[in-house]
Design a protein around this ligand. Sequence first.
Ligand code: A2P
Length: 341
Amino acid sequence: MLNKKENYEVAVVGATGAVGRRMLSTLEERNFPVAGLTALASARSAGQTLRYQGRSIEVRQLNENSFKGIDIALFSAGGAVSRQYAPIAVESGCVVIDNSSAWRMEKGVPLIVPEVNPDALGDKPEIIANPNCSTVQMVVALKPIHDRYRIRRVVVSTYQSVSGSGQKAIKELEQQSRAVLDGKPIEKKVYPHQIAFNCLPHIDVFLDNGYSKEEMKMVNETRKILGDESIEISPTTVRVPVFYSHSEAVYVETEQPMTAEEIKKLLSEFPGVRVVDAPGKNEYPLAVEAAGKGEVVVGRIRKDLARENAINFWVVSDNLLKGAALNAVQIAELLIKRVSS
Ligand code: A2P
């Protein structure tokens, strides 16, 4: 349990990774009240240094004693590390905000997007889960629509960047792109197929029902966050040769009829959302423009051609920020606001 303090001891587990590095920069940019910052990773990077507030901090190897004296631990080192170490951190008196999928669907573990379901945090959370990146940006856009018109059905196709698979995948896209342009053979380490100049309808492992685990995360996590098990969700998740930001084409069917203008207004008033929707001027959300920013950008908002109660839109966000590091830090902010009030 977290006690109220002026400043908090914070640990980042997986600090050297694509998300972990953004966690450090987000804590810094948002002036999170950090008393001390502990950067944890595997033995591979112990002893390396990372920059935080203009200082070098040494990366330490994660072990069972890493959480002594830590108040808040942000985890982004994969599901296995979270499964093993989150309970150890809790045992040491630390609150865990976990970016992996390990705890998200566990009963009693809040799955939080602060703009969407802050009240699900509960009184004394021990492990708080950060949703999957493709789910976060979709639920931020769905929430005001659901509240006003009640969503019955969602059909979503994602165009997900390689940074969602970590640093190694960013390198793989770089190296393969160079190799293809130079007419050289490509090397495949992270993905089973060439990712450069290609689209892979395959994210995470495939399940017995024919859907991928990533697709089922979108189904189950969206229902848990919106607190509505009746929403029908039909997802197709695709990895595309983009470095940063996920894009999604979303079709939404509601109980009540609505107009595109109403949806634009509703979305533009929702915290964290920016509507960019002037197709006549070539203005719509773009992955390269969303990268490095914390917003969820929505555009191409248009009524379905046949149904009165259905709409299509395009939503883009930086998967490492709102989809991961920023959302985690916002959860930490919500947490300390709760103990302060
Ligand atoms: P390391 O850099 O030492 O491998 P990414 O998602 O970009 O691949 O990053 C994963 C992060 O998780 C890295 O910081 C990585 O550390 C860390 N990590 C992976 N496995 C472990 C482990 N067994 N113990 C601690 N940290 C780990």
